[in-house]
Design a protein around this ligand. Structure first.
Ligand code: 26Q
Length: 804
């Protein structure tokens, strides 16, 4: 049945048709679904552009301070549903498209995911951009417009295969090229001194041009800008060379420029040492700082007021060259003295750390740094001299000085980007309470002593618009019925649900919503990978990047142990479970790729075992991305957050699951601890070693082999995997992986196995008490509102940026 159109949707419909005709160039008869998608975006975009102009004008008139979020990653996903929902146009669009026999939900899937990020850090940047607009804070995101974002993951015979994702292949109706916002970014060359001033004469120059995407806040309160840089050769073609027949040589400069913005480094937590990565980091930092300075000078006429009008947040160390670049521009171009430039720089810049893993702390070989950025090298030395003098003055010893230094002198000399960011910032924050504490105690201990007020905590959050309202409209509607609409404005309003947790009728309806979402997911997965899932089974989900510290292996080994038990006692009253895995592995990360293969090998065997039947299913869903997360999370009963304690800085998936009424099984790591504090110890299943226990065990006397042999179930699972039970085609496939567990087990899989298995048993027992499970689910939703990225952004705004 078509709903009769009236008012808003009629007007929208007329605009969609006009866009289809005059901008897409199709009539209704010829239009394909992707033409309708483009027409729908273009029609909606007109409203967004009006709000965009109005937002910019307001900031300008108020002379307001602007926030700049510099990030090499923005993991945005799709934009259409987000924009419609934030503008309150979803119904109108549904009806307008419905008049042409089109289903909005299907049209939405034609939009490719903007996957300009690896995982948590990139998705956090996207949530922050949405919250900044929703809180009406004037803000710009700066990043790179990668031609190929995150790779597409195909699973071939159980193995990950990486394919390029061409998200821009059919154009991108959300972006606007700004040819007037173009900057020259230099590389290499030499530094000369001219009339007392220093001048850098780069050997190579590349032009950065801006592409802007509007970011729509909740209720269209504000539209901010995500500005992504594209690279062009200053001279795209050398005609003389071309005419002389050297066709490739004539285009070489453009090829070099292209390569800068060609790929997102698909390394998560393992810095790829490539020169290209350093070039990307400088390219984007330089263009962004030049743009920020140009805008500031245009509005305020000088640079000294920068800290009052500009706040720059560095998303990890990837943009930390911004410190040296800002210093260079202030000193060399604006002719400020070093000390004054240093005060302005530190007054403007703040830095967020996202990891303490030693292999993820960026540092660059000094000769490479010096060759590519000779002027910045001088500035880094000058900053270092100043900082180390201060440390000496305050009585720091040689060991502390060595730890504080921007130059790592152990072995091949390297520039430490975290130290550069730390000293160049007035605020350095961690992303969850435990992580911030560990920053103070470990990696930054000496810098923390030197600058004891600099480190602060800003626990991560996620946007409830995308991760609750849009991803789970059924639950959102139910919550509105139960407690009214206040939580739509402020997610902490979800707390009102707490009083209703014991309401059996509400519990049953929460259950119905969950079941409907599980049916949707089951249908999707049947179409996608041909597997049939029972929506009444417990959906037990671990979806995130594949990394040893995240311990997918712990989950898989426990799955094998469960499988063995079921086969030994098929007559027992088992709780039917579906184990869902998804995630990408860095292409060069051997063990992570092997873990994906293991998940698929286990799935193949378990799912085909007639004795196990419907009691246990294992699924590895290929090509995990934002859009897939939006389908899976609302359908999850159990959220696996089982990293080795002390290693997951925060986690943000943990928050998304809780918003959607899943219970967490997790370690005392990252934000899990704070989630536990807010949803209540009795509404979460916590197990395993603490960060302190892990450190103590690693310090001495940990013997994983003895532990494994001492636990019958664990030993059987490990031996069966190691001996090829799940890989009969290649029986030694997992021998080395399992031997690694026996010998060193850095990630404490064996040490936590028993506690994890017990925790899973507790989950099983709780699941049987349906009413108690529903109560706990409601307490999770009620308690998790604090993890809205609105709260996080408010904290940044007040304590770091001085806006709000
Ligand atoms: C560095 C150099 C060269 C190439 C790649 C990289 C690189 C890329 C991405 C290093 C690290 C990352 C990503 C880190 C990341 O996603 N960290 C996660 O950040 C989340 C948001 O704060 C936290 O919730 C997670 O706990 C943390 O792992």
């Amino acid at each position: 049945m078509t709903i009769p159109a009236s008012g808003k949707e009629d007007e929208l419909d007329a605009r969609i048709l006009a866009a289809l005709h005059y901008r897409v160039g199709k009539n209704e008869r010829a239009a394909k679904p992707h033409d309708w998608y483009n027409a729908a975006v273009l029609a909606l975009r007109d409203d967004i552009i009006d709000l965009w102009f109005a937002s910019t004008a307001r900031t300008h008139e108020a002379g307001a301070k602007r926030v700049y979020y510099l990030s090499l990653e923005f993991l945005i996903g799709r934009l259409l549903r987000d924009a419609l929902s934030n503008l309150g146009c979803t119904r109108a669009m549904e009806q307008a498209l419905g008049q042409h026999g089109l289903d909005l939900a299907r049209i939405e899937t034609l939009e490719p995911d903007a996957a300009l990020g690896n995982g948590g850090l990139g998705r956090l940047a996207a949530c922050f951009m949405e919250s900044l607009a929703s809180l009406d804070i004037p803000a710009y995101g700066y990043g790179i417009r990668y031609i190929n974002g995150m790779f597409r993951q195909r699973i071939d015979d159980g193995w990950q295969v990486e394919l390029p994702e061409t998200w821009l292949a059919h154009g991108n109706p959300w972006e606007f090229e700004r040819r007037e916002s173009a900057y020259c970014v230099g590389f290499g060359g030499e530094v000369v001194s001219e009339e007392g001033a220093v001048r850098w004469l780069p050997a190579e120059k590349i032009e950065a041009t801006a592409f802007d995407t509007p970011v729509v806040g909740w209720r269209g309160r504000r539209v901010n800008t995500l500005r992504l840089w594209h690279a062009n050769a200053m001279d795209p073609i050398r005609l003389d060379a071309f005419n002389a027949g050297d066709h490739a040589g004539a285009l070489a400069a453009q090829v070099r420029a292209d390569s800068l913005v060609r790929v997102l480094y698909p390394a998560d937590s393992t810095p790829a040492g490539q020169e290209l990565r350093l070039r990307q980091e400088y390219f984007f930092s330089s263009a962004s700082i030049q743009d920020i300075l140009r805008r500031h000078v245009q509005y305020h006429g000088e640079v000294r007021s920068l800290p009052e009008k500009v706040a720059i947040q560095l998303n990890d160390t990837h943009p930390s060259l911004a410190v040296a670049e800002l210093m260079r521009l202030l000193i060399d171009d604006h002719r400020l003295a070093f000390d004054e430039a240093w005060d302005i720089t530190r007054g403007t810049i703040a830095y967020t750390n996202h990891t303490l893993l030693p292999e993820a702390l960026e540092s660059w070989p000094l000769p490479l740094f010096e060759r590519l950025l000779p002027r910045h090298m001088q500035i880094v030395y000058a900053i270092n001299a100043q900082v180390l003098r201060e440390a000496r003055r305050k009585g720091f010893d040689d060991a502390a000085i060595a730890a504080i230094s921007l130059i790592d002198e152990h072995g091949e000399r390297r520039v430490r980007m975290a130290n550069l960011a730390f000293v160049g910032a007035h605020s350095v924050n961690g992303v969850a309470a435990l992580h911030t504490q560990l920053m103070k105690e470990t990696v930054f201990a000496d810098l923390h002593k030197l600058y004891p007020t600099r480190i602060n905590n800003k626990t991560n959050g996620v946007t409830p618009r995308r991760w609750l309202h849009q991803a789970n409209p059924r639950l959102t509607a139910l919550i509105r019925e139960a407690i009214g609409s206040d939580f739509l404005e402020d997610a902490e309003g979800l707390a009102a649900l707490g009083a209703l947790a014991g309401d059996a009728a509400l519990g049953e309806r929460v259950d119905e919503v969950k079941r409907a979402n599980k049916v949707d997911l089951a249908n999707h997965l049947r179409e996608l990978i041909g597997i049939r899932l029972d929506p009444d089974a417990l959906f037990d989900v671990q979806i995130k990047r594949i990394h040893e510290y995240k311990r997918q292996l712990l989950n898989l080994i426990e799955t094998v142990a469960l499988y063995d038990q079921i086969r030994s006692h098929p007559e027992r009253d088992w709780v039917p479970r579906v184990k869902i895995f998804a995630g990408k592995a860095a292409p060069s990360y051997h063990n992570a790729k092997l873990i994906i293969k293991l998940a698929n090998d286990i799935a193949r065997r378990v799912n085909a075992d007639p004795i196990v039947g419907e009691v246990l299913k294992v699924v590895f869903v290929p090509n995990y991305n934002v859009s897939l997360a939006e389908r899976i999370i609302p359908a999850a009963d159990l959220s696996e957050q089982i990293s080795t304690a002390g290693m997951e800085a925060s986690g943000t998936g943990n928050m998304k699951f809780a918003f959607n009424g899943a219970l967490t099984i997790g370690t005392l790591d990252g934000a899990n601890i704070e989630i536990m504090e807010r949803v209540g110890r009795e509404n979460i299943v916590i197990f395993g070693l603490t960060a302190e226990d892990v450190a103590a065990k690693r310090a001495g006397g940990y013997d994983p082999r003895a532990l494994i042999e001492g636990n019958r179930e664990l030993a059987q699972a490990v031996h069966s995997i190691a001996s090829g039970v799940f890989s009969p085609d290649d029986p030694t496939r997992y021998a080395a992986l399992m031997e690694g567990l026996m010998q060193s087990d850095w990630f404490m899989v064996a040490a936590d196995f028993e506690a994890y298995a017990a925790a899973q048993n507790e989950v099983k027992a709780r699941w049987r008490d349906r009413a108690a499970w529903r109560r706990a689910a409601i307490h999770n939703i009620a308690g998790v509102g604090w993890f809205s990225s609105d709260r996080t952004i408010r904290e940044y705004a007040k304590a770091i940026w001085g806006v709000l």
